[in-house]
Design a protein around this ligand. Structure first.
Ligand SMILES: CCCCCCCCCC/C=C\CC(=O)SCCNC(=O)CCNC(=O)[C@H](O)C(C)(C)COP(=O)(O)OP(=O)(O)OC[C@H]1O[C@@H](n2cnc3c(N)ncnc32)[C@H](O)[C@@H]1OP(=O)(O)O
Length: 305
């Protein structure tokens, strides 16, 4: 077991690993002793904010976000997230990802407001590049991506869900999803807007963005922001059922089709990436915008008292 941990320092093997005895080892052609796993093995790796559980049998990884209290997207979280998606993308065994939250009531609260409040231009630029990277990795993924939205998902959280191929939400009217940026006195960037337009169409996006609409679960289904509502306890199992339909499609055909649909939107950001960062930095560091963020945060905290 000690050798195994040396070979796979970041991996915790579950399932029948506990029963691996000497006969669970095989010799490679170079003579190295390698663990020989039974057919259905799961490998779970845990980082500070994420757990990634890969099932070699199905080719599906479940990525669970766990950054209390609300899975807000901080610079560190985003960096870890992009690295994890990149690793799965490079893993030939991985064909699909289910993205979900390990926290109660919240999928993700969106961008961490504290990363945008009272910070200098350099930090804001680094943060925004990480937000772009997260979206580029997820929206441009070759893998099948399913969002298992088991809680509220405002702003950047909604962007994450929309970047997936399919969304299943908990049927709880208390949970909401949408791009509510205008309510904070900020503006959803063009690629947030494009992603929403690609999901629910022009008119619904125009209304949603200007009014900063947060749709409750039934409305989210009605406008097409999510594809299915299921009882809260069944979100993950429904995601597994949904992904099996996608897995039945030959990868190359699905991937080319996905790219055909999404490439123009991705290319638009790629060709304006630095300009988008500059726009963000000059917008977010304005005194008036900083004031809006401060007021919004204060209101958020006051809701409790
Ligand atoms: C000209 C064009 C130029 C382009 C310029 C671009 C401009 C910028 C674009 C930015 C794009 C996207 C923006 C975002 O994603 S901003 C984030 C928006 N998010 C929200 O509005 C969500 C706010 N949060 C909530 O509504 C609720 O917290 C919740 C998610 C529904 C959960 O509710 P809850 O009751 O379970 O938890 P709550 O008590 O409210 O919160 C617990 C603590 O967490 C803090 N917190 C909540 N959300 C955030 C957040 N997003 N960032 C940082 N901190 C957050 C909250 O304050 C509580 O803290 P504390 O315990 O009181 O200390």
């Amino acid at each position: 077991m000690a050798t195994l941990l040396k070979l796979f320092p970041t991996c915790t093997w579950t399932g029948r690993l506990a029963h691996l005895s000497r006969k669970g080892w095989a010799q490679s052609r170079s003579g190295r002793l390698l663990p020989c796993f039974p057919a259905s093995q799961r490998c779970a790796s845990t980082t500070s904010y994420l757990t990634v559980e890969m099932d070699d049998n199905t080719g599906v990884a479940v990525v669970t976000m766990k950054s209390p209290p609300v899975n807000s997207l901080s610079l560190d979280f985003l960096t870890e997230f992009s690295i994890s998606i990149e690793k799965l993308e490079m893993d030939r065994k991985c064909r699909g990802v289910i993205l979900t939250s390990g926290l109660p009531k919240v999928f993700s609260a969106g961008l961490d407001i504290m990363e945008m409040y009272g910070k200098g231009p350099e930090h804001c630029a680094e943060f925004w590049r990480a937000v772009q990277e997260m979206w580029l990795k997820l929206y441009g993924s070759n893998m099948i991506t399913i969002a298992a939205v088991n809680g509220s998902s405002p702003a950047g959280g909604c962007l994450m869900a929309m970047a997936c191929d399919y969304r299943i939400m908990a049927d709880n009217p208390k949970y909401s999803i949408g791009l509510n940026e205008t309510l904070l006195g900020i503006v959803a960037p063009f690629w947030f807007k494009d992603t929403m337009m690609n999901t629910i169409g022009f008119r619904a996006t125009e209304l949603a963005l200007q009014l900063g609409l947060l749709h409750n679960a039934p409305n989210a289904l009605r406008v097409g922001l999510v594809d299915e509502l299921v009882p809260e306890k069944e979100v993950l199992s429904a995601a597994s059922t949904a992904i099996s339909k996608w897995l039945a499609i030959p990868d190359h055909a699905r991937q080319i089709t996905k790219s055909m649909m999404r490439k123009p939107t991705i290319d638009r950001l790629l060709s304006h990436r630095d300009q988008d960062i500059n726009n963000f930095v000059s917008f977010i560091t304005k005194d008036s915008i900083q004031k809006s963020l401060q007021v919004y945060m204060e209101r958020l905290k006051q809701r409790k008292t």
